[in-house]
Design a protein around this ligand. Sequence first.
Ligand SMILES: *Cc1c(COP(=O)(O)O)cnc(C)c1O
Ligand code: SF4
Length: 335
Amino acid sequence: MINHLITQKNWQTQLSEAITSIDELLGILELDELRASTYRPEHFVLRVPYAFVAKMRAGDPNDPLLKQVLPDRQERSKVAGYVSDPLAEQTHNPTKGMLHKYQSRVLITLTGACAVHCRYCFRQHFDYSANLPTEVAKQDIAAYISAHSEINEVILSGGDPLSVTNRRLFAWLDTLEGIEQLTTIRLHTRLPVVIPARLDEALLTRLARSRCHIVMVIHCNHANEIDTLTAEYLQRARSAGITMLNQAVLLKGINDSLTSQVALSQTLFAAGVLPYYLHVLDKVAGAAHFDSDEQKAVALYWALLAKLPGYLVPKLVRELPDRPFKVPINIYNTH
Ligand SMILES: *Cc1c(COP(=O)(O)O)cnc(C)c1O
Ligand code: SF4
């Protein structure tokens, strides 16, 4: 029934109507008995669009999609080693709204807003308001790129860069395409998974006519996040000539089994998306209960190598604050 309702609405309506009430969410999922025990945080509150809820199983408190968004009491536990800025991003910030940490590419935090609040997010404590690019900063960013000839790729990130309007996004594309040395524009986004209709025709048409390679890295952690409707939209993006990749986070009790990872890779591939990264969790405060033990991650990885063709095995990586690339997990440690 939800499905029927949401497919009628455009993405902006879906974005503005995202569920923020825990009681409403539990009601839709027939889990009213959890009302009394659910944690209700004051910051980084529940936020989840209907289109994502429509992919959850009613009556299942352990649904892998629900567990990614429903606040949990364990978030309050202070665990040694889990901090508020695990990647020390503040230190690679030459121009407002931009990170230059990796040699050939810069990352622009286009917005602080996300359509969904993922409980394990490493940016959940980040103060965006002070660090978003304005019109002036946009020109500074363009000037910075021009002055650094080693940069050939720009990554639009956030927050979620597809949560801004087409108008604002296209203005950025126009600016970036005007910088001759850039060959590639990349979007890191979870919107196609939580509100598939975001991949609307105007967006795909604009991306298709870019003079740059367009790469879209979606963020999908579980095969259930890709239903028929989502797969259709993802296929449309691929048909528009966009290189479609996925990054996932390894999450305890959600996608840390062989069955779950195999299903994820195969489902992505069927939707025209190749697995790119599988991140072990960034050690952010409040997310320790999602962290899977590294030995287990390594064992899972060997099992994936045995099970899948090489192109369906994502790179298993960890992000470290002082490294200018995502660091491969040493899979020879335990084998
Ligand atoms: C992840 C990331 C990138 C992109 O890394 P790739 O390995 O090219 O996918 C670039 N800059 C920053 C700051 C990042 O965190
Ligand atoms: S969509 Fe990405 S940036 Fe936004 S809350 Fe989820 S993990 Fe964090």
